[in-house]
Design a protein around this ligand. Structure first.
Ligand code: FES
Length: 76
């Protein structure tokens, strides 16, 4: 897996997003189809609607309880 032990923090735009959940995307935090191409199991992307432009912290450790957002679990 290519998970990082920290979130990806950036300015997100509104719209429907597909965030990587398998950890293998080359276009994180977004899905690039790697979960199917690499056969890494059932970790399909997390679909989420961003209602307005805002700063987000997208989980990249795979352990959050509030997907797709970081909830601080990576630091515990
Ligand atoms: S990166 Fe913070 S909980 Fe996953």
């Amino acid at each position: 897996m290519s998970y990082q032990n920290k979130p990806t923090i950036f300015e997100e735009t509104e719209g429907i997003k597909y965030y990587c959940a398998c950890g293998e995307s080359a276009n994180k935090p977004y899905c690039d189809g790697s979960h199917e191409r690499l056969g890494v199991g059932a970790k399909s992307p997390t679909q989420f609607v961003i209602a307005e432009d805002k700063q987000v912290a997208i989980c990249d450790c795979g352990k959050t309880g509030n997907a797709p957002f970081c909830d601080g679990t990576h630091s515990k």
